[in-house]
Design a protein around this ligand. Sequence first.
Ligand SMILES: Nc1nc2c(ncn2[C@@H]2O[C@H](COP(=O)(O)OP(=O)(O)OP(=O)(O)O)[C@@H](O)[C@H]2O)c(=O)[nH]1
Ligand SMILES: [Mg+2]
Ligand SMILES: [Zn+2]
Length: 295
Amino acid sequence: MTEGIIIRGRGGLYTALDAENREYVLRAKKKFRRMGLSPLVGDRIMFTPGNISDEHGWVEEIMPRTSQCLRPPVANVTLLCMVVSPQPAPDWLLVDKLMIFAERQNLKPVLIVNKADLDTEEETLRAARKMYKGAGLEVFSVSARTGEGKEALIERFAGQMCCFSGQSGVGKSTLLNQLFGLQVETGDISQKILRGKNTTRHAELFRFGDIAVIDTPGFSLLELDGVFDPVLLQDYYPEFREYKGKCRFSPCYHAAEPGCMVRMDEENGVIDHERMERYRQILKDCRETWRERYD
Ligand SMILES: Nc1nc2c(ncn2[C@@H]2O[C@H](COP(=O)(O)OP(=O)(O)OP(=O)(O)O)[C@@H](O)[C@H]2O)c(=O)[nH]1
Ligand SMILES: [Mg+2]
Ligand SMILES: [Zn+2]
C-alpha cells in the first residue's frame, strides 16, 4: 500500500498524490460507506494504485483527521485563511462565523485582506485591524494582482495545510495563482451587483514543498456547524476571555445583563462595537437554534 493525500474528489472518484507528487485516480472501498465515512480533500490515506489496465485504484484507509470542515468539506486544515476584499465588500458576519468555527475545530484563523491595489485608502484593512485586534487575529494585506505583500503570506504558510475560504470574487483563486505561479481558473465580478460568479466549483488541494493550500468555492451564507448551548458562544470570542467571572451575573451572555463588564468596555471603546453588534445577532440565532433543537 502507498501513502497519499486526496487533492480532489468528484462523483465518487478521488485523485490522490503520493510522496513524489504523482497522481492516482481512486475509488473508496465499500467499507467506508458502511462506516458512514467518505474521503475528503485533505485526507491522508493508504491506497492501492490499481494496475495499468484498471481505471482506478482503491482508497484502503483514511487516517484519523485532525480537523474537519463541512463548508467546504475538507480535512486536516491547520490554517483557516479567511479572504476578504474591498470589492465585493467584506461580509464581516461571515468572518465572525468562520472564526467561531475555527475555534470550535481548533484551527488557527488568519484574515487576508486581498486587492490591496483597490484599497487605496486602506479602508478595508484598517476596519479589519480595528475590529479584530481584541481577538488577536493576524491580518495580512496582499494584492493578488500586483503581488504586493505575498512574501509575508508564503512565510506564514510554511508547514501548514491552508484552506482559502470566503465570498465568491474576493480573489482566492487569483491569489493562489500569484503565490505559486499556477493557472487555476478565475472569474470576474458582476459589475452590476459587485459580486463574484462562483467560478471555483470544487475544493482542490495544491502542494508546494511543505505548504498545502486548498482552494474552495466561495459562499455567502454560513450556518454555524452543529447545535450548541448558547452559553458556549462567548468561549469562541478570544477577546472575552479576560472577562470570565468578572460580570455581575454568572453566567453572563454579555448581551443585555446589568453589571456586564464587556458591555461597559464596549461603551468605553475597548471592545469593538460592530463586532459586539454581530455577536448579539449570532447569539440570538444560536438561542433560536438551541430552543428548536428537539423539533
Ligand atoms: N484589482 C484586483 N483584482 C483582483 C485581485 N485578486 C483578484 N482580483 C479579481 O477578482 C475577480 C475574482 O477573482 P477570483 O480569483 O476568481 O475569485 P474567487 O475568490 O476565487 O471566487 P470564487 O471562485 O467564485 O469563489 C477576478 O476578476 C480577479 O482578477 C487583486 O488583488 N486586485
Ligand atoms: Mg475561485
Ligand atoms: Zn458580561
